[in-house]
Design a protein around this ligand. Structure first.
Ligand SMILES: Nc1ncnc2c1ncn2[C@@H]1O[C@H](COP(=O)(O)OP(=O)(O)OP(=O)(O)O)[C@@H](O)[C@H]1O
Length: 341
């Protein structure tokens, strides 16, 4: 696959945090590709490093983070031409190169709309800000663009609503404003970190429909971090399953739901309700607890909770095997298949 088809190519991304002079590895050798115009869901237990992975790509990690990677390549498609950006080589997380990319190329929608909105500025001005900053557009032109975006995102009475403050909006409307901020400079790649967790189910469905519409109608590429396997089934083309900072399984929606291979993914799917996919499904809990990231042994991090674990699972580094084209599993049960990393 070439750079036209792959919008984001991440190879061996590692992130650790330093606190009390100790360095704790959180994201470990994470590699994945996002195909242009598709939606990738990133799933896994709380604390497995989904947000840190995406924040590392966007360079939103704080000063105690150490981020390194062989490759974080973002392939922009501008006027039919591919422009490669090697984010791993960008020195300053908030320097001009990263700031130029955030907004017009890649943007992020976070879980809690209030953490993205400034309570003392009118929402219209907050949406217009990125546009004025990146394009040098006049305030009047920017206002027109904001009104168009509000209409597109289904925010009613946009002429009045642009002059409101965030507290005058409901949760769902606030999240639409956050999506408007993320979309206003027309980025190709949108990373959504549990964008609907704080919202009730009907609003959740509306926001998801909106995001899916942006992907289908406008060809946007989307990464969706979520705990909700029902949303994954509705939204994703491909799924990346993470456990303790590693990608343990990666494949198409069908690979993950119908040909589930990693024992952790199997346990994860048994532990959550998936509407329409599991008639009579009995929910189970995953035995044991997630290990402490600061206190890890060699081998597979899931071994102590895995019903299939053998001695060999507790030694060395566990490679990923490709069990079908594009379907990768980090588990020794599949060691007769080709090793891919
Ligand atoms: N700035 C930081 N300093 C130290 N540790 C951090 C920092 N940010 C995140 N972590 C740790 O990294 C680990 C992974 O966090 P992350 O937010 O990526 O998990 P997650 O998979 O997104 O979880 P959730 O689904 O609950 O959002 C956690 O153990 C968290 O405490």
């Amino acid at each position: 696959m070439d750079n036209r088809e792959i919008i984001l190519d991440v190879k061996k991304l590692n992130t650790s945090f330093v606190s009390d002079r100790k360095e704790v590895r959180i994201v470990k050798d994470v590699s994945f590709q996002l195909k242009r115009g598709t939606a990738l869901a990133v799933v896994g237990e709380s604390g497995c490093g989904k947000s840190v992975t995406m924040n590392s790509i966007m360079r939103f990690t704080g000063p105690n983070a150490r981020v390194s990677a062989e490759n974080i390549q973002y392939n922009a498609l501008k006027d039919g031409k591919i422009i490669e950006h090697h984010l791993e080589n960008i020195k300053k997380p908030n320097g001009p190169e990263m700031r130029a990319l955030r907004g017009p190329d890649m943007s992020m929608v976070f879980q809690d709309p209030m953490s993205s909105l400034n309570p003392v500025y009118k929402v219209g001005d907050q949406v217009a800000e990125g546009l004025i900053q990146h394009t040098g557009m006049s305030k009047k032109e920017a206002k027109e663009k904001v009104l168009t975006m509000f209409r597109k995102l289904g925010i009613p009475d946009p002429e009045e609503r642009i002059n409101c403050y965030p507290h005058e909006f409901s949760g769902g409307m606030k999240q639409r404003v956050v999506i408007a901020i993320a979309m206003i400079c027309n980025p190709e790649l949108i990373i959504c970190d549990e964008p609907t967790t704080a919202l009730d189910v009907t609003i959740q469905a509306q926001i998801m429909e909106l995001l899916k519409g942006l992907q289908i109608n406008e060809g946007k590429s989307i990464i969706l971090i979520t705990h909700n396997m029902g949303l994954v089934a509705e939204m994703a083309d491909e799924v990346c399953v993470m456990y303790m900072g590693r990608v343990v399984e990666f494949g198409t929606l069908e690979d993950i739901f119908d040909h589930t291979a990693h024992p952790y993914t199997q346990a994860l799917l048994r532990s959550v309700p998936v509407l329409g996919l599991a008639d009579g499904q009995k929910l189970e809990t995953i035995p044991g607890a997630t290990p402490n990231p600061a206190d890890l042994k060699e081998g597979c991090e899931f071994a102590d909770r895995c019903p299939y674990a053998q001695e060999s699972c507790r030694k060395g580094k566990i490679p990923a095997f490709e069990i079908a084209p594009g379907h990768r599993v980090r588990c020794l049960r599949y060691d007769t298949f080709p090793e891919v990393d």
